[in-house]
Design a protein. Structure first.
Ligand SMILES: Nc1ncnc2c1ncn2[C@@H]1O[C@H](COP(=O)(O)O)[C@@H](OP(=O)(O)O)[C@H]1O
Ligand SMILES: [Mg+2]
Ligand SMILES: [Mg+2]
Ligand SMILES: [Mg+2]
Length: 356
């Protein structure tokens, strides 16, 4: 039986004249492979930066330059790989090369170019690096296909040596169809010593994880909890990114007794997707903040394909068709499927008119 990533292919065609079986490529098979390769390389680059440049000195000086260099370098690496394989595809990336231009940007620019060339397979000139970064300027939208990239999500976590993720997704006609997360500091299994996880999902094909440095993919599932008093929830470490006070009131209403697990980045979607957490709450701290598509696209398809549900604080699905931000949504609620409506109900109850 023809199988792809553990699932039966929709059609296995038998050519009657030759009796040869030709197996059609699964939907987005090539994109899946290239996206994984790009995320692996960018994750390696980030780890190299952390090992070389994040020192107790940079940390005490609150010097953010290591993460800035890694942000630019990872975006250059991913965009160059996408450009090579899918030259017609536009990219919505978080970073742009503005701060690397001119005399003011020279020092940083040199560091980024050196870094990219120290990890990549193919040497890149300064101009190529800048050009690759700026392929990420696409405005996004509802038609056609485009990628969205967060070269390092959870920059604060990266600097603390905690969770961060390289996040890449493909959006087709406003729908997220493919997502890959590279999570260098995530435990391969909850409680295990080995770290570094890659998660991937394609629409309709399930969600999978494997070690970031290779090996076989295994399917992942969100939890089947139906009683919210048994649920565990996760949220951002940063109180500027989510309201910890509101989540405390919501979890009290749901009878949740376990303390929240706070972690940076889309590793929270990864935790829900493999059943380590049952709920991810991202509750607005400001009326005017629009969530960025690159902060949610990959996690969105991975949780959905793992059998979970994702919406905003009103339960409405996240709408990736409005450009670079989720302009039509506020906040995020991601849960295992059985408790989604109950959790959204509690969010509405606590946020009241703020949740409209
Ligand atoms: N006021 C705000 N509300 C929600 N998210 C915010 C925010 N200000 C910044 N962010 C986003 O929060 C992301 C990190 O999320 P988390 O807290 O879950 O780790 C940041 O991504 P980067 O780290 O890629 O810049 C940034 O885009
Ligand atoms: Mg981000
Ligand atoms: Mg980022
Ligand atoms: Mg940022």
């Amino acid at each position: 039986m023809a199988r792809y990533a553990g699932r039966k292919l929709a059609s296995e065609q038998v050519n009657q004249s030759t009796r040869r079986i030709s197996i059609p490529l699964a939907y987005l098979a090539n994109e899946r492979q290239v996206a994984i390769q790009a995320v692996e390389q960018a994750s390696k680059l980030c780890q190299a930066v952390f090992n070389r440049l994040v020192t107790s000195e940079t940390l005490t000086k609150k010097d953010k330059s290591p993460v800035t260099i890694a942000d630019f370098g990872a975006q250059a690496v991913v965009n160059a790989i996408l450009a090579e394989h899918f030259p017609a595809d536009p990219i919505v990336g978080e970073e742009d090369s503005k701060d690397l231009q001119g005399d003011a940007g020279k020092e940083m620019r040199n560091k980024v170019v050196d870094l990219v060339n120290s990890v990549g397979d193919r040497p890149m000139s300064e101009a190529e690096v800048l050009q690759a970064i700026d392929r990420g300027q696409y405005a996004g939208g509802a038609t056609g296909r485009h990628w969205t990239l967060d070269p390092i999500d959870g920059t604060k976590g990266f600097l603390r040596g905690e969770q961060y993720a390289v996040c890449l997704a493909l959006i087709v006609d406003g729908q997220v169809r493919l997502g890959v997360l590279g999570c260098p500091n995530l435990e391969q299994k909850q409680g295990s010593e080995s770290k570094g996880v890659l998660m991937v999902a394609v629409d309709g094909q399930g969600a999978f994880q494997r070690a970031l440095d290779g090996g076989a993919e295994t399917p992942i599932r969100a939890s089947s909890v139906s009683d919210t008093t048994q649920a565990a929830f996760c949220e951002s470490v940063e109180s500027g990114h989510t309201s910890h006070g509101d989540s405390e009131r919501i979890s009290a209403l749901l009878g949740i007794t376990k303390a929240p697990v706070r972690m940076d980045s889309q590793c929270k979607y990864a935790a829900v997707a493999r059943g380590n957490a049952d709920v991810y709450l991202r509750l607005p701290t400001r009326a005017d903040y629009e969530e960025k598509i690159w902060d949610h696209a990959a996690g969105n398809v991975i949780v959905r394909e793992a059998g979970g549900r994702v919406g905003d604080i009103t339960g409405k699905p996240l709408d990736f068709s409005h450009g670079r931000t989720l302009a039509q949504n506020r906040g995020v609620v991601a849960t295992s499927a059985g408790i989604f409506d109950q959790v959204v109900g509690a969010v509405q109850n606590v946020l009241g008119s703020k949740a409209v």
